[in-house]
Design a protein around this ligand. Structure first.
Ligand code: GLP
Length: 241
């Protein structure tokens, strides 16, 4: 794993955007793996800037998102579909048909998960995947557990994640209790992975992630098994290493 420690969130975002930009320029029909949360918003802002200044063209780009609450409507302003439209897709020249986010209203969640996995394979896999890290070391919605499901699946959210994500909802009770998420093996199909972490709140997770021990009780530690991962974090997130 390569590690890049930068001063702050803005530098982290620019460094990640430059990696994404190289992949897009090299292959204008590449597949980007995208994530939600506060962490990648700066990256998306940089990609929008690069589009507006003519440096990047998204006309042929395809995207696949990591996860989505379940159940949730795409019109709900807390859905990850809504987030992606608002934070990125509506501000670049991407064809929305080429943007895949798990369907929070899928009638048969298990069938949907199988199809989502097949869809990733049919795109030829993901060229570059961005990941944030949960405070508890979760990746996507792969929560700390004794065992993990490798491929896209329906999962229960832990109390820790419900509490962490309640800041976006009217109340904790409004946070969906389940989610659809790519599994660690789905994520590992990506040829390149960019992990981002910013702020003191992520310091413990980054310390465990780099602690040299792989465990499903901190899914981020599994990233040590992939051969092309770059961790970009700011000084605060790196402060306990
Ligand atoms: C959510 C998402 C994750 C994300 C995590 C951290 O639970 N499912 O993909 O990495 O939160 O979010 P943030 O970047 O806001 O700290």
């Amino acid at each position: 794993m390569k590690i890049l420690v930068v001063d702050n969130y803005a530098e982290m975002s620019r460094a990640a955007a430059d990696i994404f930009g190289e992949v897009i320029k090299e292959n204008p029909t590449c597949v980007l793996g995208l994530a939600t949360g506060d962490t990648p918003i700066g990256l998306y802002d940089c990609l929008i800037d690069d589009y507006k200044t003519g440096k990047l063209d998204f006309a042929g780009v395809r995207t696949v998102n990591l996860d989505e609450y379940y159940p949730i409507s795409p019109d709900n302003d807390q859905s990850y579909r809504y987030f992606m439209n608002e934070k990125l897709f509506d501000s670049i020249n991407i064809d929305k048909k080429n943007t895949m986010v798990p369907d929070g209203l899928a009638k048969d969640a298990n069938k949907f998960c199988r199809e989502y996995e097949e869809m990733i394979d049919s795109l030829g896999g993901i060229d570059v995947q961005v990941l944030g890290v949960g405070r508890n070391g979760h990746v996507g919605f792969n929560e700390p557990e004794d065992g993990l499901y490798p491929y896209t699946h329906l999962t229960d959210l832990t109390a820790n994640t419900i509490e962490a994500n309640s800041r976006f909802f009217a109340s904790e009770a409004d946070v969906p209790k389940q989610a659809l998420t790519m599994g660690m093996s789905s994520i590992f199909k990506a040829r390149k992975i960019v992990v981002m972490a910013s702020g003191k709140g992520k310091a413990e997770a980054v310390k465990t992630m780099l602690g040299g021990r792989i465990t499903t009780s901190c899914p981020a530690t599994l990233l040590a098994l992939h051969n092309d991962v770059v961790l970009i974090c700011d000084k605060d997130a790196y402060s306990l290493v």
